[in-house]
Design a protein around this ligand. Sequence first.
Ligand SMILES: [Zn+2]
Length: 298
Amino acid sequence: MGEGRDWRRTINWAALGLGLAVVVLLATQARWAGGGAQREPGALFGEARQGGLTVALGQAAADVKVTEARAPGRPIVLIDPGHGGPDPGAPGVSGQVTEKQLTLTFARELRALLAERGRVRVALTREDDRALSLEQRAAIARKLGARLLVSIHMDSAPNPLARGATVYSLSDVASDAEAARFAEAENAQSNIFTSERDDQVRFLLADLALRDQMEDSAALAARLVKVAGPGMLLRPEPHRFAAFHILRRSEVPGVLFEAGYISNADDEALLITPEGREPIVAALARAIETELSLRMAK
Ligand SMILES: [Zn+2]
């Protein structure tokens, strides 16, 4: 398995090399053509990630605080509690909770556990009940220079018997029709793409980096499924793929995690108690730490 990943990496790097050569060629052509000067060059892909904490974070990220790790220089994990403000997300079957409340509770508990273990720095996209667009959430990940993004959600289905957690990683092609519909519904919250600003060069670089991003996103999702203990109920085929706007636009590897179905009475009963959440939060923390330590060792 590791060998396969290495191979793909080698191919990706070769592709990146080729891509850069084409970029230089395109840039040269643009200068010769003269007309290219009218095209706003824009920022090259990845530029935002060079911004450290000293860079002004803009309005969306203004309130984002980073919990430090025990040692300096550790990577930042960004935890994104889904929904918030006027968008409650799915209602709980008991009528006592909504998705936006539980996502925030999960995010706080995950941050507390990661901070206690001290191996990574942690930040939350929102600390309270506020509205954030998907684009703002993704922008926070870019501006913070986060190394992983975990967006937390609670599932809901018309079938009251549907139970268990699902983890979605980023892909151009959805794993199944349900995943595609889900991504479409999630993406509907997002603002319009700024595609007119994306010139050829930017597309090419983004495409190459995107392959690495998707690969690391899938690795994190697979890791989470692997470390799930008996206290974390998973759906059949718990790792699914789809084109999630927030995962793509964050430009960092990430997953969208559905902790369980609040439309199911048993799942909801677990998700609303600290004891029920504990094994899920622990699995998330383990998966995050392992993936980051593996990546930093490369
Ligand atoms: Zn949701």
